[in-house]
Design a protein around this ligand. Structure first.
Ligand SMILES: *[C@@H]1O[C@H](CO)[C@@H](O)[C@H](O)[C@H]1NC(C)=O
Ligand SMILES: *[C@@H]1O[C@H](CO)[C@@H](O)[C@H](O)[C@H]1NC(C)=O
Ligand SMILES: *[C@@H]1O[C@H](CO)[C@@H](O)[C@H](O)[C@H]1NC(C)=O
Ligand SMILES: *[C@@H]1O[C@H](CO)[C@@H](O)[C@H](O)[C@H]1NC(C)=O
Ligand SMILES: *[C@@H]1O[C@H](CO)[C@@H](O)[C@H](O)[C@H]1NC(C)=O
Ligand SMILES: *[C@@H]1O[C@H](CO)[C@@H](O)[C@H](O)[C@H]1NC(C)=O
Ligand SMILES: *[C@@H]1O[C@H](CO)[C@@H](O)[C@H](O)[C@H]1NC(C)=O
Ligand SMILES: *[C@@H]1O[C@H](CO)[C@@H](O)[C@H](O)[C@H]1NC(C)=O
Ligand SMILES: *[C@@H]1O[C@H](CO)[C@@H](O)[C@H](O)[C@H]1NC(C)=O
Ligand SMILES: *[C@@H]1O[C@H](CO)[C@@H](O)[C@H](O)[C@H]1NC(C)=O
Ligand SMILES: *[C@@H]1O[C@H](CO)[C@@H](O)[C@H](O)[C@H]1NC(C)=O
Ligand SMILES: *[C@@H]1O[C@H](CO)[C@@H](O)[C@H](O)[C@H]1NC(C)=O
Length: 832
C-alpha cells in the first residue's frame, strides 16, 4: 500500500467513527427513554384537551409514532437522564383542562402552555409541585380566578409569564389578593403579570423588592395601587432591573423614589402621576426608552432632565401639562428615533433643538403652543416620516412638498397656499381646519394607481373650483371635503372608490344629481352631501346597492319627488336626514323594516377604523333639540329621522311607532295631515319630537305622556284639539302647543270645557325600567284603570250626553295603554 492509500483508509475510518458517534449522540438511549409514568402523564394531559375548532388535538401516542414520548411534538427530554424536561405547547389552540397527572413530570424545567384556551378555569395549584421548573409561561391562555399561592414553591423559577388571559373571552381574567408567595421565587429574573388584576395587592412593591435578580418587571394594566413608601426604602432588585413597565395603573409619583439608577426601559404611562418630573431622571445614563405619557405631570422640563441621557432613543411625554424650556442653542446629548411631545408647551417659536436630531421618523408636537412659520431647515430632513403630527398649533405659511410622509396631521393651524403634491406616498393625510386654497387639481397630478391613500381630510379650508375626475384611489376609506367652496358636479369616477366607507362632501356648492356610479361603493357607511345645491330624485340605488349605509344626510339641497321605498332595505340605517329639500309624496309605510331603528339601545355602529398609527372616529352633524352639534363617541346611541322642511303630505304612518329605538324624530314644516298615531307612546327612547308646522288634527294621544325620556317637544302650528294630556313633562313645554287654537288645558291659558276634557286622565305609576317584569305598580295602575274606567263608562252613560264619545275614547285609551305596557314587557323579555 502506498502512503497515500494508507492515509485515505485512515481518513475513511475516522469519518466512519465520527458518523457513528454522531448517530449515537442523536439517538435517544433506549435504556433511558421517557418512562412509562411520563408517557401516561402526557397521555392524560392530552385526554383533557381538544382542538379549539373541534378537530383532532395532539398527535401524541398514535400508533405510527414512536412509543418513546421524547419524540412527541413539543416534548423534550434530557440527554443524560432521558426524563421529560421541557413541554412546549405554545399556540396549539387547544381547549380544556390540565390533568393533575402533569405532576408526574417531576423533572420538568420548562413549561409553556401559552396561546391555548383553558376556559376561564383556575391555574391549577399542583403546578406548584413541579419544583424543578425554571421557565413557566401561561400567558394568553384564558385562565381565570385567583393565582394559586402554591406557585411560591417554584424556588428555581427564573421566568414567570401570566400576562393577558383574556384573548379568548374577556371574562377569563385572573387576579391576586396578595403576593406573599412571590419573594419565595428568589431566582426570578423575568416577571410579567400584565392585565392580571392586582388592585387589592397593597404590598406589591415590597414583594417585588425582595427579588434580588429581577431584570424585567412588566406589570402593565394591573390596577396597581400607589406604593406605600414608609415600608420600603430602595428596591433591592434595583441593581438588576433593566426594564420597568408599570404603565396603565393607579400609581402616584412616589414611585420615582423607588426607581433604580442602571434602567434601560421605563414605562410609567397611563398612571396618576402628578407634580414635577424629578430632575434626577437625567442621571439615569442607560435609559433608552422613557414613556411618561398620559399622566398629570406639570411644571417645567429643562435641559437638566436630560443631562446624561445620551442613550435615549424614545421619548414620550405627551398628554400631560408640561412646559419645555430649553435654551435657544441647546444641543441635546441624544439622537432620538421617536419624539412624542403632544400637548407639551414649547412655543411660540418652532423648537430649534429639533435641528440637531437627524434620525427620527416619528414626531408629535401637536398642541404645543407654536405660533411660527416652519423653518427652512426643517424641510431638509431626509428621513421618511412614518408619522408627523403638528396639529393644533398656530403654524403659518405654506406646506412644502420636500418631505415624505406615511401619516401627516397638520390640522387646526393657519397654513395657507395651495395643497402640495404629497399624495403619492402618504397613506393618511389630515389638512383640515386650515386656510389652504386653490383648486383640487393636485389630486390628478399626484395620485397613481398603486396609491395607498386611505384617509384624506381637507375639510374646513378654502379649496374651490370643480373636483377633477380622476378618483382612482382604491384604498381610500375616508374622504372629507366638507366646508370648502367646491362647485360643479360630483365626479363620476368617485364610483371607483371601492373601499370607501365615509364620504363627506357637505357644505360646498355641488350641483346636479348624485352620480349613479356611486352605487359601486358598496362599503359606504356614511354619506353626507348636505348643504349643497344637489337636485333630482333621491336615488333608489341608495337602498338597493349600498346596504351598509348607517348614516344618510342629504339635508338642505333641492332633491325632489318622493322618498323611494327602497330606503327601507337599509337595515343598518340609524340616521336619516332628508330635511330642507323639495321632497313631496307620503312618508313610506315600510319604515318598520328599518331594523336598527326598531331595536332599542345602542347599535353596534362604532365607526372606528384602525389605521397604521391613527384611529379615527366618524362624526356626524345633527340637529338635536334645535342645536346643530357633532356626535362622535355616542354615535351608536343616536337614532334619528329628520324629514323636516319638505313638502311631505298625507298621514304620519302608524308604522312609525314600531321604531322603538328612535331617539329623535323631526317631521316639522311639512304638509302632513291626519292624526298623531295613537301608539306614539311606544317610542319610549324618544328624546326629541318635533311635529310642528303641519296640518295635523285630532287630539294629542294620551300615550305621549308615557314617554319618560322626552326632553323636547314641539307640536305648535297644527290643528290639534282637545285637552293636552297630563304627563310628567308635558306641562313644562311652554311653547310646544302654540298655534293650535282648539287645544286647551295646561300649560295653555285656555281652560277646557267638559266636552274637550275627553276621557278621564289616569294617574299612572311610572315604574323605572330597572325593576322586575311586572311590578306592583303595574297591577295597581291596571286595577285603578279598570275601576275608574268602569265608573267612567257607567257614569257617563248614565249622566252625560256625550257618553258615546267618551266611551270610545276610553276604550282607545285602554287599548293603547295595554298595548304600550305589553310592548314594554315584551322588549324587556327580549333584552333579558
Ligand atoms: C369550554 O367552555 C365552552 C363554553 O363554556 C364549552 O362549550 C366547552 O365544552 C368547554 N371546553 C372544554 C374542553 O371543557
Ligand atoms: C415560602 O418559603 C417558605 C420557606 O422558606 C415556606 O415556609 C413557605 O410556605 C413558602 N411560601 C409559599 C407561599 O410558598
Ligand atoms: C364568554 O363568556 C361569556 C360568559 O362567561 C359566555 O356567555 C360567552 O359565550 C363566552 N364567549 C366565548 C367566545 O367563549
Ligand atoms: C379588580 O378587582 C377589584 C377587587 O378585587 C374589582 O373591584 C375590580 O372591578 C377588578 N377590576 C377589573 C378590571 O376586573
Ligand atoms: C435588601 O437585601 C438585604 C440583603 O441583601 C436585606 O438585608 C434587606 O432586608 C433587603 N431589604 C428589603 C427592603 O427587603
Ligand atoms: C402615593 O400614595 C400613597 C398611598 O396612598 C401615599 O402614602 C403617598 O403619600 C402618595 N404619594 C404622593 C406623592 O401622592
Ligand atoms: C426658561 O428658562 C430661562 C433660563 O434658562 C428662565 O429665565 C425662564 O424663567 C424659564 N421659563 C420658564 C417658564 O420656566
Ligand atoms: C326635480 O328636479 C329636477 C332637476 O332639478 C327637475 O328637472 C324636475 O323638474 C324637478 N321635478 C319636480 C317635480 O320639481
Ligand atoms: C319589508 O319587510 C317585509 C318582510 O320582511 C318584506 O316582505 C317587504 O318586501 C319589505 N319591504 C321593503 C320595502 O323593504
Ligand atoms: C319644488 O318643487 C316644485 C314642484 O313640486 C317646484 O315648483 C319648485 O320650483 C321646486 N323648488 C325648488 C327650489 O326646486
Ligand atoms: C389630527 O389631529 C387632530 C387634533 O389633534 C385630531 O382631532 C385628529 O383626529 C387627527 N387626525 C387623525 C387622522 O388622526
Ligand atoms: C326640526 O327641523 C327644523 C327645520 O329643519 C328645525 O328648525 C328644528 O329646530 C328641528 N327641531 C328639532 C327639535 O331639532
Amino acid at each position: 500500500m502506498t502512503l497515500t492509500n494508507m492515509v485515505g483508509v485512515r481518513c475513511f475510518f475516522k469519518l466512519l467513527y465520527a458518523i457513528v458517534v454522531l448517530i449515537l449522540l442523536h439517538m435517544n438511549n433506549p435504556c433511558i427513554g421517557c418512562s412509562e409514568r411520563e408517557s401516561q402523564a402526557l397521555l392524560a394531559l392530552k385526554q383533557g384537551l381538544v382542538a379549539d375548532d373541534g378537530g383532532p388535538s395532539l398527535s401524541w401516542g398514535r400508533e405510527a409514532q414512536n412509543k418513546d414520548c421524547c419524540g412527541w411534538d413539543g416534548v423534550h427530554c434530557s440527554d443524560q437522564t432521558g426524563h421529560v424536561v421541557k413541554l412546549d405547547l405554545q399556540d396549539q389552540y387547544l381547549q380544556g383542562k390540565i390533568s393533575p397527572k402533569l405532576i408526574e413530570l417531576q423533572h420538568l424545567e420548562h413549561l409553556d402552555l401559552s396561546g391555548n384556551n383553558f376556559n376561564g378555569s383556575q391555574i391549577p395549584d399542583f403546578i406548584g409541585s413541579l419544583s424543578n421548573l425554571i421557565y413557566l409561561d401561561l400567558s394568553h391562555a384564558n385562565f381565570g380566578g385567583l393565582i394559586p399561592y402554591q406557585l411560591g414553591n417554584l424556588r428555581n423559577l427564573e421566568h414567570l409569564d401570566l400576562r393577558y388571559q383574556d384573548d379568548f373571552n374577556y371574562s377569563g381574567s385572573i387576579y391576586a389578593k396578595n403576593l406573599y408567595w412571590l419573594p419565595n421565587l428568589s431566582r426570578l429574573k423575568y416577571l410579567d403579570l400584565s392585565v392580571v388584576n392586582l388592585s387589592d395587592v397593597v404590598g406589591w412593591l415590597e414583594a417585588v423588592n425582595m427579588l434580588p435578580k429581577l431584570t424585567d418587571l412588566i406589570l402593565y394594566g394591573c390596577n396597581l395601587p400607589p406604593p406605600v413608601i414608609s415600608s420600603v426604602s430602595l428596591l433591592n432588585s434595583s441593581k438588576s432591573l433593566v426594564q420597568v413597565d408599570l404603565s396603565k395603573n393607579n400609581l402616584n409619583s412616589s414611585i420615582f423614589q423607588l426607581l433604580p439608577g442602571n434602567l434601560y426601559f421605563l414605562d410609567l404611562s397611563k398612571n396618576k402621576l402628578t407634580g414635577r418630573i424629578p430632575e434626577n431622571i437625567g442621571q439615569m445614563s442607560n435609559l433608552d426608552f422613557i414613556d411618561l405619557s398620559m399622566n398629570s405631570f406639570e411644571g417645567v422640563i429643562s435641559e437638566t432632565h436630560f443631562s446624561k441621557l445620551s442613550q435615549l432613543r424614545y421619548l414620550d411625554l405627551s398628554s400631560n401639562s408640561l412646559v419645555l424650556n430649553f435654551s435657544f442653542d441647546w444641543v441635546p446629548p441624544f439622537q432620538l428615533y421617536q419624539i412624542r411631545l403632544g400637548s407639551c408647551k414649547m412655543g411660540p417659536y418652532f423648537p430649534k433643538w429639533l435641528r440637531t436630531q437627524k434620525r427620527y421618523d416619528r414626531l408629535d408636537i401637536s398642541d404645543a403652543g407654536i405660533s411660527d412659520i416652519i423653518p427652512t431647515w426643517f424641510w431638509d430632513l431626509r428621513n421618511k416620516f412614518v408619522y408627523m403630527d403638528l396639529s393644533r398649533n398656530q403654524i403659518r405659511g405654506n406646506l412644502r412638498s420636500e418631505l415624505a410622509y406615511d401619516n401627516l396631521n397638520v390640522s387646526w393651524n393657519q397654513l395657507e397656499g395651495p395643497i402640495p403634491s404629497i399624495l403619492s406616498s402618504v397613506s393618511a393625510l389630515d389638512l383640515s381646519n386650515n386656510k389652504f386654497s386653490g383648486s383640487a387639481s393636485f389630486l390628478c397630478t399626484s395620485t397613481t394607481k398603486d396609491n395607498k391613500l386611505r384617509y384624506l381630510d381637507l375639510s374646513n379650508n378654502h379649496v374651490s373650483g370643480e373636483l377633477p375626475d380622476c378618483w382612482i384611489l382604491q384604498q381610500l376609506v375616508f374622504l372629507d371635503l366638507s366646508y370648502n367652496s367646491l362647485s360643479g358636479k360630483i365626479p363620476t369616477t368617485m364610483g371607483y372608490l371601492f373601499s370607501i366607507k365615509t364620504l363627506k362632501l357637505n357644505n360646498n356648492r355641488f350641483v346636479g344629481e348624485l352620480p349613479s356610479q356611486l352605487k359601486n361603493c358598496r362599503e359606504l357607511t356614511l354619506v353626507d352631501v348636505g348643504e349643497n345645491k344637489l337636485s333630482g330624485l333621491i336615488p333608489e340605488w341608495l337602498g338597493e346597492n349600498l346596504l351598509n349605509l348607517a348614516i344618510i344626510i342629504l339635508r338642505s339641497n333641492q332633491f325632489n319627488r318622493s322618498i323611494p321605498p327602497q330606503l327601507c332595505h337599509l337595515t343598518h340605517l340609524q340616521i336619516l336626514d332628508l330635511s330642507m329639500n323639495n321632497i313631496s309624496g307620503t312618508i313610506p309605510k315600510c319604515l318598520n323594516n328599518l331594523t336598527t331603528f326598531a331595536q332599542k339601545g345602542s347599535s353596534t355602529l362604532t365607526m372606528e377604523h384602525a389605521y397604521s398609527l391613527w384611529d379615527y372616529i366618524n362624526e356626524a352633524s345633527l340637529t338635536w333639540k334645535g342645536v346643530r352639534s357633532k356626535y362622535q363617541s355616542i354615535l351608536g346611541l343616536v337614532k334619528s329621522i329628520d324629514l323636516s322642511c319638505n313638502k311631505l303630505s298625507g298621514e304620519i304612518p302608524p308604522e312609525i311607532t314600531y321604531l322603538v329605538g328612535l331617539v329623535s324624530l323631526n317631521l316639522s314644516r311639512n304638509q302632513l295631515t291626519g292624526q298623531i298615531p295613537s301608539r306614539i307612546g311606544n317610542l319610549q327612547e324618544l328624546d326629541s319630537l318635533d311635529l310642528s308646522r303641519n296640518q295635523i288634527n285630532g287630539r294629542i294621544p294620551i300615550s305621549i305622556s308615557w314617554i319618560n325620556r322626552i326632553g323636547y317637544l314641539d307640536l305648535s302650528e297644527n290643528n290639534l284639539s282637545g285637552k293636552i294630556p297630563i304627563g310628567t313633562q308635558l306641562q313644562t313645554f311652554d311653547s310646544a302647543y302654540g298655534g293650535n287654537p282648539l287645544l286647551c288645558g295646561e300649560p295653555l291659558p285656555r281652560i277646557c270645557s267638559e266636552e274637550e276634557k275627553g276621557p278621564r286622565q289616569f294617574v299612572l305609576v311610572n315604574e323605572d325600567d330597572k325593576d322586575g317584569l311586572i311590578t306592583q305598580g303595574f297591577y295597581i295602575s291596571m286595577g285603578l284603570g279598570f275601576a275608574v274606567g268602569f265608573w267612567g263608562v257607567c257614569g257617563t252613560l248614565l249622566l252625560n250626553m256625550s257618553c258615546r264619545y267618551t266611551y270610545f275614547n276610553f276604550l282607545t285609551f285602554l287599548n293603547d295603554w295595554l298595548y304600550v305596557n305589553v310592548e314594554i314587557i315584551r322588549q324587556r323579555i327580549l333584552n333579558k
